[in-house]
Design a protein around this ligand. Structure first.
Ligand SMILES: Nc1ncnc2c1ncn2[C@@H]1O[C@H](COP(=O)(O)OP(=O)(O)OP(=O)(O)O)[C@@H](O)[C@H]1O
Length: 321
């Protein structure tokens, strides 16, 4: 085992050539990424693109078919690593017969570093009475209890699979606020799978976008933003917008770049491109796109060229870890 890879404690997650196959179907293929500790990483992708599979492998609940996955430089499924990780699964399994208070007591007994005050504060923030039975809570309220359990564990890495999907807008914003405050105070790394793109701006500082089991976009959010430009201009006669990188309908100065997506609205052409090549001449207006605009561009065009800025270890062992 190479020491550089195994001893990369500055990285919360390092994956190399990671893949997961269910019978004949690959849920995830050839994923190589590195998430520095302390980051808030959003995991985006259409239904079935492999997000939950990645999180479940990181949580030590699924074994990779290929490649390796390490947390804080260590094998992901050792007891020591598991203690550093809290995972909120999509279905948020809780014991329905227990009360909220009994559920927290359970959390305290299982976790040596348990922080009762944090768990109680999260529940108070969203008005969940600790005397209520889990079976009497709504789906959204149960999610809050699952998040309180995860935060009370005081883990170094929080893996959250669509935690806000069943929250009303007010509770969603309160939960995100509580989560971000806790993460900032303790330097916790958070990996959060979500479909809610609008709420990522200013929250996540790292992004992974998956499509059909492959990583399509990965890296620091600011680096991804500065690697794209949103270009708007008037269509010329005979041009038509399409959504392929090699779009013959694009003006030559745009077609020469990596085009993520191009769309026409009336006489106007808007294209999400990667900067490079010659300066754009003529009446083009260029600006930096928002994170949401970039993600939507990649989601709308599944054939857009991938941009993988995470790098990854170069001398990592090939064995599954
Ligand atoms: N236990 C399983 N057995 C067989 N196939 C599975 C299993 N779990 C997931 N898959 C398949 O693996 C692929 C990835 O699924 P995964 O749940 O990771 O996607 P996802 O991006 O989390 O989707 P969603 O946004 O709907 O939660 C899908 O094609 C899914 O059908």
């Amino acid at each position: 085992m190479t020491s550089e890879y195994a001893g990369d404690p500055g990285a919360a997650i390092v994956a190399r050539g990671l893949g997961k196959r269910y019978r004949q179907t690959w849920a995830l293929r050839e994923v190589t990424l590195r998430l520095p500790a302390g980051r808030i990483c959003a995991v985006i992708g259409p239904n079935g693109s492999g997000k939950s599979t990645l999180l479940a492998m990181a949580a030590g609940l699924l074994a990779p078919t290929t490649g390796s996955l390490r947390l804080f430089g260590e094998a992901r499924s050792t007891p020591a690593t598991r203690r550093r990780v809290a995972y909120v699964a999509q279905d948020k399994p809780l014991f329905p017969r227990l009360t909220v208070a009994e559920t927290l007591r359970f959390g305290r007994e299982l976790n040596p570093g348990w922080d009762q005050a944090v768990a109680e504060r999260v529940l108070r923030d969203v008005d969940i009475p600790t005397g209520a039975r889990i079976s009497a809570l709504s789906g959204g309220q149960r999610t809050c209890v699952a998040l309180a359990l995860a935060l009370g564990k005081r883990a170094d890495l929080l893996l959250l699979d669509e935690p806000m999907a069943d929250q009303d807008p007010l509770r969603r914003s309160r939960m995100m606020g509580a989560l971000m405050a806790e993460a900032a105070e303790h330097g916790t790394t958070v990996v959060i799978a979500t479909h809610v793109l609008a709420e990522l701006d200013g929250v996540s500082d790292h992004l992974w976008l998956f499509g059909a089991g492959r990583l399509r976009l990965a890296g620091d959010t600011e680096a991804i933003q500065s690697a794209h430009a949103l270009v708007t201009g008037a269509r010329r006669d005979g041009e038509r917008a399409g959504d392929r990188a090699s779009n013959p309908g694009l003006p030559p100065e745009l077609a020469a770049r990596a085009v993520v997506e191009a769309r026409a609205t009336g006489r106007q052409l808007t294209a999400l491109v990667r900067p490079g090549g010659t300066e754009l001449e003529g009446e083009w207006i260029t600006r930096e796109p928002s994170v949401e605009e970039i993600l939507l561009g990649y989601l709308r065009n599944p054939t857009a060229p991938p941009l993988l800025l995470d790098g990854g270890p170069t001398d990592a062992p090939e064995v599954a870890a």
